[in-house]
Design a protein around this ligand. Structure first.
Ligand SMILES: *[C@@H]1O[C@H](CO)[C@@H](O)[C@H](O)[C@H]1NC(C)=O
Ligand SMILES: *[C@@H]1O[C@H](CO)[C@@H](O)[C@H](O)[C@H]1NC(C)=O
Ligand SMILES: *[C@@H]1O[C@H](CO)[C@@H](O)[C@H](O)[C@H]1NC(C)=O
Ligand SMILES: *[C@@H]1O[C@H](CO)[C@@H](O)[C@H](O)[C@H]1NC(C)=O
Ligand SMILES: *[C@@H]1O[C@H](CO)[C@@H](O)[C@H](O)[C@H]1NC(C)=O
Ligand SMILES: *[C@@H]1O[C@H](CO)[C@@H](O)[C@H](O)[C@H]1NC(C)=O
Length: 646
């Protein structure tokens, strides 16, 4: 009698356990197939056959990699006229089978983008992406996304702080891990635990991972107190949830990535200060610096790390920068930009930076404004925009610390000592990258930032000759009032749109104009403000004349190898430059349109129809006054010259 009953109980127990396990299991892998984001690029492929064949080949390779147990793979195929780049990544807590299932689901979804030139699909468990351009090293970009859970769910007060601490740990640790992947969990209270995962694309650099993480981190911080949240950018993914989505034995031991950082002086400093009186001072400083904008309450540790490492610019000490640049010595001077001199500096950590000594009249702007502007600029992350790392102010001196670009500025390659050394592909990449950077500033960053001083000396080149725009946001430090003639305008003659130079009318199209001039310079290797010796025609006038007579190829720099470029590509780029320099600002394309036009294959269906207009440093209309702002406009007089033509 007793035996069967006991067995019954046992069976029942087993059944319950099984059901429980199955439910757990099922819920887990299903939720990993939760589609978070799916984007098809707007521009269509022109050579669809080639592209589709290449794309299929890359997908086949990616599948092979996944089947053989890899969690990350890239594949590219460049047969025919349409190169294709693809990438897949699974979260490493998935089983190989679940990873494959996620890849298959992503593949079905991405096929929906049929004719698009690029696409991006993200699931909880994996991502799949392809593009006609190589994006493998891109870490941040347009369209970073955040998805927060149900806002009505309630949590104990300690939840916010625990999520903050957990995410902060992930963000610090992930760039330091092998394979840029980390999971972690934190007990909130009693029976509640919060789980988190962070992952970067494996082909980006550690600093790329770090900057991507800081973007998604600041996005996801909007989510608590919701029970879960996810944030993603081109190069990384971050997620937290109150329900477990990975097994206990898949938790990364991130403690060692958090502790083992004595090499980093800054962290060591923070460590040393904790517990001491310095801690209090630092908290005060942080509050002083960030107090006005941050109202959120968090654990003090989170605040400090966040302030110094992520959100805000690093506040460098003047002493450190002074010794990094050898007392701002002449040998360390890299150049004199529109807003002040720039010096090369080597920080104690060995990191090479560029330090800009701002020459902006203190009386023009309150210091508080400087700090808020600097904070805004330091939050701009795009691969074609120069990163601001931090700042320093001592008395009247304001210093900005930027990442260092080994190849210097574009003007050296166009007109200076390295004239003629860029090939067509490099020039085209610079033209495209600069357009992308501007499109981001104008349309994708949450504030519209108009650069106002686009010119080759403000376009820097990284080790791979990819462009990075410098000095953006600085014009915002100049006085607001810019109504007409009397105001000092930021900008450089020859590159400045006439309506801005003469009337002070400012819009994004001011940058489009300068961009158009720079493009002509890149194509021709000729300065816009210098007439060619055998004629007295300035570059824009000359370009329009040649274009009208269908002789635009004569504009191309003679040092370029004729076999490197197609005549129709040259024509297209020149047409885009002329579109950008149209007299009426309204008829110039936006920078995102320029990106689409540049990436489109074949010829444009939009043509410049009216003659461009050019400001020459001649003597007729007087504009612009002194340089107390440090802008590059000197006591200048300009005249408007209509370019010949219709
Ligand atoms: C791209 O192709 C799709 C489908 O063929 C079409 O609906 C869409 O309008 C096209 N987009 C552009 C920019 O041509
Ligand atoms: C690529 O694969 C898709 C889906 O399997 C198929 O419809 C298409 O015809 C293939 N394209 C080429 C060029 O083979
Ligand atoms: C593909 O697009 C169609 C029509 O827009 C839609 O009904 C379908 O659900 C989509 N498939 C996937 C896998 O997203
Ligand atoms: C968590 O933080 C949000 C804002 O970040 C706040 O609105 C909410 O009240 C906080 N919840 C708790 C329980 O502290
Ligand atoms: C956690 O414990 C509290 C009471 O201590 C209870 O109300 C709540 O339902 C429990 N939550 C879970 C998920 O078990
Ligand atoms: C983790 O635990 C699960 C059972 O919960 C087990 O099947 C799996 O093999 C474990 N993985 C590792 C890496 O120990």
């Amino acid at each position: 009698m007793q035996q069967p009953r006991k067995r019954c109980v046992m069976i029942l127990l087993w059944a319950i356990i099984w059901v429980f396990l199955l439910m757990e299991d099922g819920a887990n892998s299903d939720s990993e197939l939760n589609l978070l984001n799916s984007i098809c690029a707007q521009d269509n492929v022109t050579n669809f056959q080639d592209f589709s064949r290449n794309l299929n080949a890359t997908f086949l390779k990616l599948r092979e990699e996944i089947v053989s147990g890899n969690y990350f793979a890239t594949a590219d195929q460049a047969a025919g006229s349409s190169p294709t780049y693809s990438m897949v990544q699974c979260r490493k807590y998935l089983s190989p089978t679940d990873c494959l299932a996620c890849f298959n689901a992503a593949l079905t979804t991405i096929r929906n983008c049929s004719a698009a030139y690029g696409a991006d699909v993200i699931y909880d468990g994996c991502l799949l992406r392809y593009d006609g351009n190589n994006f493998y090293t891109q870490s941040t970009g347009q369209g970073h996304t955040v998805i927060c859970g149900d806002p009505t769910a309630s949590n104990p007060t300690s939840f916010n702080a625990s999520v903050g601490g957990l995410l902060n740990d992930l963000l610090m640790a992930t760039p330091r891990t092998d394979g840029y992947f980390a999971t972690s969990k934190k007990k909130v209270s009693g029976n509640i635990t919060v789980y988190g995962v962070a992952q970067c694309i494996e082909t980006i650099s550690e600093s790329g991972c770090r900057s991507c993480m800081s973007v998604v981190y600041s996005d996801i911080r909007q989510c608590p107190p919701t029970l879960d949240g996810r944030a993603m950018d081109v190069g990384c993914f971050l997620r937290y949830s109150e329900s477990p989505f990975f097994a206990d034995n898949q938790t990364t031991d991130i403690a060692r990535f958090l502790e083992n950082n004595s090499s980093s002086k800054k962290d060591a400093l923070i460590g040393g200060l904790i517990g001491g009186i310095g801690f209090l001072l630092l908290v005060l400083a942080v509050f002083f610096w960030f107090g006005s904008s941050r109202r959120k309450k968090m654990a003090p540790r989170g605040d400090i790390l966040e302030a110094t490492e992520l959100q805000g610019p690093v506040n460098y000490s003047y002493r450190d920068l002074n010794s990094a640049t050898q007392n701002f010595s002449l040998e360390n001077k890299l150049g004199a930009g529109g807003f002040g001199d720039v010096y090369k500096g080597v920080l104690k950590s060995g990191k090479v930076v560029a330090v800009k000594k701002l020459a902006i009249d203190q009386s023009l702007r309150a210091k508080a404004d400087f700090e808020s502007e600097v904070r805004i600029i330091s939050n701009v992350h795009h691969r074609n925009l120069l990163r601001l790392l931090g700042c320093c102010s001592r008395g009247a001196e304001l210093l900005l610390v930027y990442e260092f670009m080994p190849n210097g500025s574009l003007d050296k390659f166009l007109f200076g000592e390295k004239k003629g050394s860029l090939n067509w592909k490099q020039r085209f990449d610079i033209i495209l990258g600069t357009a992308r950077g501007l499109a981001y500033l104008h349309e994708e960053f949450h504030l519209c930032i108009i650069h106002r001083d686009i010119k080759p000396s403000n376009i820097l080149l990284d080790h791979d000759f990819q462009p990075k725009i410098a000095d953006f946001g600085l014009a915002r430090l100049l006085p607001q009032d810019r109504s007409h003639l009397s105001t000092k305008f930021a900008g450089t003659l020859g590159y400045t749109a006439p309506e801005y130079a003469i009337l002070g009318q400012l819009s994004e199209k001011v940058d489009a104009y300068s961009y158009g001039i720079v493009v002509l310079e890149i194509i021709s290797g000729q300065k816009s403000s210098e007439a060619k010796s055998d004629s007295d025609e300035f570059l824009l006038k000359q370009g329009w004349g040649l274009y009208e007579n269908n002789r635009h190829e004569e504009l191309v720099d003679e040092t370029l190898d004729r076999s490197e470029y197609h005549a129709e590509d040259v024509r297209k780029v020149i047409e885009i430059a002329l579109l950008c320099t149209q007299a009426s600002a309204a008829s110039r394309p936006s920078m995102s349109e320029v990106v689409v036009l540049l990436r489109s294959k074949g010829s444009l269906n939009r043509r410049p129809t009216t003659k461009p207009i050019f400001v020459e440093s001649d003597k007729k209309v007087r504009v612009g006054t002194s340089t107390s702002t440090g802008s590059s406009v000197s006591n200048a007089t300009v005249s408007i010259t209509e370019v010949s033509g219709r």
